[in-house]
Design a protein around this ligand. Structure first.
Ligand SMILES: O=c1[nH]c(=O)c2[nH]c(=O)[nH]c2[nH]1
Length: 298
């Protein structure tokens, strides 16, 4: 005997672009995002009995993503995701939960001859701003905001020593190393009772501020701290993000340690390229350390 123990479905990779025209100022602003929207509810019979009467077609879910983007602001993405998710609960009595994930891609306004250009933008990196929103009839709205793919490197100001040394250890201790990582930071908001509570939070500007603060804190702490380890630095970053955002319940970070290995070139005319003389390094694609943490309010 088999049972359907979990099911959700919807549309993934829906690419959406929206322009906002400020006629008075003569400027335009753009948002490009990739949306995934999955539904849960009384849909079991569509799997077990081929009963399509409970299926809102994924094509209609895609259409709804476009229509809600036209009817409502798409910024902040937390609000748009909440509005979209709530729509499915309000419209279909048998749908109990909507999961909306949005990845916002960077289009940064160009500066031309020292002035912000009114309608031209550039993709300045693969960093994204993301949200994962769960809208549920019983449990209200849960929001996890994040930033990802923020690639950083510092050429000094990082150490790693005092770690376990045993018969498995070859890594030397270092008081000066390169540190590079791809910052992936998530901040989970305290639960919202419903869409009105989410709208009220959005109206304070808290979602945009938390994203700006998280990004600035991560960069400043990474740059300024003489890092004893990835673990210690990421805890500091998480603590500071939590302090900056009162509506946030917990912060998680996932940091790959992107290694740069010294190269011994002494075999060539006695070239000195290790320790204090190291200048040419070999960046590694893998294996890499992967260090994660979640920091919550005590
Ligand atoms: O900051 C670090 N943390 C580790 O746990 C670790 N392990 C390792 O080999 N290098 C590093 N660096």
């Amino acid at each position: 005997m088999a049972i359907l123990s979990a099911a959700r479905y919807g549309k993934d990779n829906v690419r959406v672009y929206k322009v906002q025209r400020d006629e008075a100022a003569g400027t335009q602003s753009v948002t490009e995002m990739t949306v995934c929207c999955l539904l849960e509810g009384q849909i079991a019979s569509s799997y077990t009995e081929a009963d399509n009467s409970v299926v809102v077609a994924t094509d209609s879910i895609k259409n709804t993503i476009y229509i809600k983007a036209k009817e409502h602001p798409v910024n902040p993405p937390e609000l748009y995701a909440g509005i979209l998710g709530q729509h499915f609960l309000d419209t279909y009595a048998h749908i109990s939960t909507a999961h909306v994930r949005i990845v916002v891609h960077r289009w940064t306004r160009m500066v031309v001859d020292g002035a912000p250009h009114p309608h031209s933008f550039l993709r300045d990196g693969e960093e994204t701003r993301n949200v994962e929103v769960r809208v549920d009839r019983a449990a209200g709205i849960d929001v996890a905001s994040s930033l990802a793919h923020l690639l950083v490197l510092k050429s000094t100001g990082s150490q790693f020593h005092g770690f376990v040394r045993d018969e498995f250890t070859t890594l030397g201790e270092t008081w000066d190393r390169i540190l590079s990582t791809d910052i992936d930071a998530t901040w989970k908001w305290k639960n919202f009772a419903g869409l009105d509570a989410l709208k009220a939070e959005a109206a304070t500007g808290a979602f945009d501020k938390a994203w700006e603060d998280a990004r600035a804190i991560a960069l400043k702490t990474f740059a300024e701290e003489d890092s004893p380890s990835v673990q210690a630095t990421m805890y500091k970053i998480s603590e500071k993000i939590l302090d900056a955002a009162p509506g946030v319940a917990s912060v998680s970070l996932a940091l790959p340690n992107k290694h740069y290995f010294e190269i011994d070139l002494s075999w060539h005319k006695g070239l000195k390229n290790t320790g204090k003389d190291a200048e040419v390094y070999a960046p590694q694609s893998g294996p890499n350390g992967l260090i994660k943490c979640e920091v919550s309010r005590s």
